[in-house]
Design a protein around this ligand. Structure first.
Ligand SMILES: Cc1cc2nc3c(=O)[nH]c(=O)nc-3n(C[C@H](O)[C@H](O)[C@H](O)COP(=O)(O)OP(=O)(O)OC[C@H]3O[C@@H](n4cnc5c(N)ncnc54)[C@H](O)[C@@H]3O)c2cc1C
Length: 328
């Protein structure tokens, strides 16, 4: 039988690298399957590879570039013996032990390979949903964002008009948060009423800094290379009327999609596809020996520091579980 890994960590964002640091220091000789870089969701380093300014991660007084931060975390994990595989997990079988993990690197063209593991830590993140406009990508880090808590306090969004797209709880939360910094927040929603819970919707609508733009879809982000976002074009779905709104920021708040499809039928997911955790604040999943940390199991906070914290917990939970199982 092939070699059985003590601990395999899937994902190399803040959760995955933190889990690796703790697992490696606990002598679990972790193997991180980091993603193969074929697409955004499969990027080694995770979501922070797409941001230039991380200002809220403790320890960096002047903030840090996302790519630099992830390279530093990787080095720290490798320093303690973490091994790294540039690959993407396509499916797992965790119904019998050892667990089976199939993975592939679509960039190298190598065929699918199989790994065996005693314990599995899933840290695969969640992708922010965008509208899918080319102009959104063009102005990423130049006024387009999907996270008000991450970016709202940046100088570029202070005392200027910004637009939030969406009508659910997260859109209302994002809009309310942004009122701390922005001059005015336009909330563009395709319907005539918000989907958010009544109390949150009422709070948002009574906020004088939030101006709803009902029955409207955002068609284009406008801007230029020098200034970034300068406006958005919206269309009223009832009348067809097209209007430009001058703004310096566009926040997509139309939900997240957790990267968990490879777990379907194997590990319990909630109705939105996030990994369902057992036992309150711990990282146990429905399958003993499978642990989860970071955005793939957290639809609430979705921050680098909370993901890192959950990665730490997952490694400690795994270490204790392996010891109880007598796997050394
Ligand atoms: C543009 C942007 C800016 C942000 N700015 C901030 C900020 O300033 N501060 C902050 O705290 N948060 C910020 N966030 C949020 C933060 O990036 C996330 O909360 C954090 O990265 C989540 O970490 P994670 O480890 O759970 O997942 P991720 O960082 O998403 O990492 C997931 C990892 O899993 C891998 N993966 C996924 N599926 C598979 C698979 N099947 N097989 C193998 N690997 C797989 C991916 O390749 C990736 O390596 C930002 C997010 C974005 C998109």
């Amino acid at each position: 039988m092939s070699n059985i890994e003590k601990t395999v960590i899937i994902g190399s964002g803040p959760a995955g690298w933190t889990a690796a640091i703790y697992a490696a220091r606990a002598n679990l000789q972790p193997l991180v399957i980091a993603g193969d870089g074929v697409s955004r969701e499969r990027m080694p380093g995770g979501q922070l590879m797409f941001t230039t300014e991380v200002e809220n991660y403790p320890g960096f007084v002047d903030g840090i570039d996302g790519q630099k931060m992830m390279a530093t975390l990787q080095k720290q994990a490798e320093r303690f013996g973490t091994r790294v595989l540039a690959s993407f997990v396509t499916r797992v079988d965790v119904k019998t032990r050892p667990f089976k993990i199939w993975h592939i690197n679509d960039l190298s063209g190598q065929p699918e390979a199989l790994l065996l593991a005693h314990s599995l830590l899933v840290c695969t993140g969640a992708k922010a949903n965008y509208l899918g406009l080319e102009s959104e990508r063009r102005f990423e880090n130049q006024g387009v964002s999907a996270c008000a808590v991450c970016d709202g306090a940046l100088p570029r969004f202070r005392d200027v008009p910004v637009v939030v797209v969406g009508g659910g709880d997260s859109a209302v939360e994002e809009a309310s948060y942004l009122t701390k910094f922005a001059k005015i927040v336009y909330l563009v929603h395709r319907r005539a009423e918000l989907r958010a819970s009544k109390i949150m919707a009422q709070r948002a609508l009574s906020n004088l800094k939030i101006k709803p733009i009902w029955n409207s879809i955002l068609e284009e982000v406008l801007g230029n290379d020098a200034d970034g976002v300068t406006g958005v074009r919206v269309k009223n779905v009832n009348t067809g009327y097209v209007d430009n709104i001058a703004c310096r920021g566009m926040f997509a708040a139309i939900g997240h999609t957790p990267n968990t499809s490879f777990l379907e039928g194997q590990v319990e997911l909630n109705e939105k596809g996030y990994i369902a955790l057992r036992d309150g604040f711990r990282t146990f999943t429905s399958v003993p020996g499978v642990f989860a940390g970071g955005d793939c199991a957290d639809s609430v906070y979705r921050q680098a520091i909370t993901a890192a914290g959950m990665g730490c917990k997952a490694a400690i939970d795994a270490e204790r579980w392996l010891a109880e199982e007598g796997i050394h």
